[in-house]
Design a protein around this ligand. Structure first.
Ligand code: DQQ
Length: 587
């Protein structure tokens, strides 16, 4: 039997005989992470480090520091991913463009570094940038070069690099021509002028934007070029917003208002909306708006249904930054990839010899409402699914937990749909909460109303990476509120507060609201659990939260997974599918 009902948090034990359907599909899960002992040079001593936090199927290099994804693209049968990388250690610095290729966006082969500081125009760093595929299938990269260390964080220019050999599908060698830099700052803010986007083409020009700021105003400067070499700054920024701070890693792309297919970055037309995303240096999260592209003024205009500012929509309400999208011409989809930093301390990162992962690439498309994006892990991830367990029509009374056994839960993919018969018991939404800064509202409520705080309709969801006696667990759960206007607000929380007995880690109670119609009285949740990361998708990708966690007890085979309900309304698991995930071949 793969399932047990347990008693937690001192609630009355209610055991019901449930129609449980355990379905092992017979394939070998084989999903253990590497628990090898590595010796890492740490000050003068050799420190023995147990590698329990390395991920089994998330992108990371063998060792050292990794941050932003750069220039993702498809070329001649291969997906290319470059990334900011420190070849010398597990902290940020000495940044080069490392390079990996893949046929499926999940398994990756490392190649030699593509772009490294070597010329006067990038002597102090090769920072983030993007790829554009020019006519004739000719990729070109534009990236930020640091030419002087002062003023901090460095004097920034934009350079281009081209493949040495277009017939090599691996694009192993990149040339940085001597006519670089191609864009120099022509305003005061020389140290806040970086991260060029993929270029798009219209009205006889290539266009791209560069992230910047003026005091607390975020600015996306627009540049135009006919030949991709000579670039001219447009009179007006492409987009700008007060009180947000520096815009790093801007991204601009079209989305179709019909269906889920992606569009090439240059697409224009009737059924097209646009997305502008900025990474907020001050708050360290990515937010986006949906809007229109005024071709006459060459400007982006957010819709008035999109909040343009810190309280705007986020791809991910957790640990996610410096993301970038690209158009996959083969599967006609737009793919989003983002960086999840560690929540451990710098000295712990140095001791384990690495820091940073990338989250699973996600397909992104416009929600039929037209006011937000939907995201879903690329379908190729499903190929890693191994041993499976399934539950159907299983009731969870208040205080019940059901343990999911029979799979490797520290490296798993869990997909569950919950239902309830009434919205009556939804707790009253406390209007005092509206005094929280709007960008922190959901997170603040998740902090107050954790998984152990009994509710009406919820909390219910998953207890991931739990230790045997629940000394540690990372709950991912829904809680439904009713406002005085009798409207319902659905909250998704991914709460790292109880995730680890290690007091040194950053353990936020991440949260995001889920904009969902509750008419069907159903909510779905998919969580990708991978040793030190839990990436959760609510309602088919309407709200996504990724948490980095470092349990001390709930590691490897000592980790447990439960489904739980701690609300007075009975919750039914309509269906739960959970798989062990095989380890991907990554770098
Ligand atoms: N990371 C890069 C910058 C970018 C920042 C430097 C965002 O180009 O603004 O590693 O994480």
């Amino acid at each position: 039997m793969g399932v047990t009902i347990r008693f937690i948090w001192g609630f009355p034990l209610l055991i019901c005989l449930l129609p449980l359907l355990n379905n092992f599909d017979g394939r070998d899960g084989g999903a253990m992470a590497s628990h090898k002992l590595h010796f890492v040079e740490h000050t003068e001593n050799l420190v023995e480090v147990k590698q329990v936090y390395r991920t089994g199927y998330h992108f990371q290099p063998k060792k050292n520091w990794i941050n932003d994804p750069n220039a993702p693209m498809y070329y001649k049968g291969l997906y290319h991913l470059f990334y900011q990388y420190n070849p010398k250690g597990a902290v940020w610095g000495n940044i080069v463009w490392a390079h990996s290729v893949s046929t499926d966006l999940i398994n990756w082969i490392p190649l030699e570094h593509a772009i490294v500081p070597s010329k006067p125009f990038d002597k102090y760093g090769c920072w983030s940038g993007s790829a554009t595929i020019l006519p004739g299938n000719k990729p070109v990269i534009i990236y930020t070069g640091i030419v002087k260390q002062k003023p901090e964080p460095g004097y920034q220019v934009q350079n281009y690099a081209i493949p040495a050999n277009y017939s090599d599908p691996y694009l192993r060698k990149w040339i940085k021509p001597d006519n670089n830099p191609i864009i120099k700052p022509i305003h005061q803010n020389v140290s806040s002028f970086r991260d060029p986007t993929t270029a798009w083409f219209n009205k006889g020009h290539w266009k791209l934007v560069i992230g910047s700021k003026n005091n607390y105003r975020g600015i996306a400067y627009l540049y135009r070029s006919r030949d991709f070499i000579k670039w001219t700054k447009a009179k007006h920024p492409f987009h700008t917003k007060s009180d947000v701070g520096m815009w790093e890693c801007p991204d601009f792309f079209p989305v179709s208002s019909k269906g889920t297919n992606g569009l090439d970055t240059s697409a224009i037309g009737g059924d097209v909306k646009y997305v502008f995303k900025a990474s907020l240096d001050m708050t360290r999260f990515d937010y986006y708006t949906i809007g229109t592209y005024d071709l006459v003024k060459d400007k982006y205009i957010p819709d008035n249904t999109s909040v343009d500012g810190w309280a705007g929509l986020r791809y991910d309400y957790g640990n996610f930054y410096a993301s970038k999208t690209f158009f996959d011409p083969i599967k006609k989809r737009r793919i989003l990839t983002g960086w999840a930093n560690e929540s451990s301390t710098t000295s712990e990162d140095i001791a384990k010899g690495w820091a940073g992962i990338h989250l699973i690439p996600r397909k992104v498309w416009l929600d039929p409402s037209g006011n937000k994006l939907l995201q879903w892990p690329v379908v190729e991830l499903d190929k890693l699914r191994g041993q499976k367990i399934q539950l159907s029509y299983t009731k969870l009374n208040k205080g019940d937990t059901i343990e999911i056994k029979g799979i490797v839960v520290a490296q798993a993919d869990v997909d569950v749909t919950f239902t309830f018969s009434s919205l009556e018991k939804a707790e009253l939404y406390d209007e005092k909460w509206d005094k929280f800064p709007p960008e922190n509202l959901a997170k603040s409520i998740c902090g107050i109303k954790g998984a152990t705080v009994q509710g009406g309709l919820g909390p219910f969801g998953l207890l991931t990476l739990a230790s045997s006696k629940l000394e540690e667990y990372t709950p991912v759960f829904f809680r439904i509120f009713k406002t005085v206007q009798n409207k319902h607000r659905v909250l998704l929380c991914s709460d790292a507060t109880p995730s680890s007995l290690n007091q040194n880690e950053y353990k936020p109670s991440f949260g995001g609201f889920v904009d969902v119609d509750l008419a069907e009285k159903k909510l779905s949740l998919r969580s990708l659990i991978d040793h030190s990361v839990v990436e959760s998708f609510a309602e088919g990708g309407k709200t996504v939260i990724s948490s980095r966690i470092y349990p001390t007890l709930a590691v490897g085979e000592h980790a447990h997974l439960h489904v739980f309900n701690n609300g007075s309304e009975i919750i039914t698991i309509v269906r739960l599918n959970a798989w062990s995930m095989n380890t991907a071949h990554i770098n």
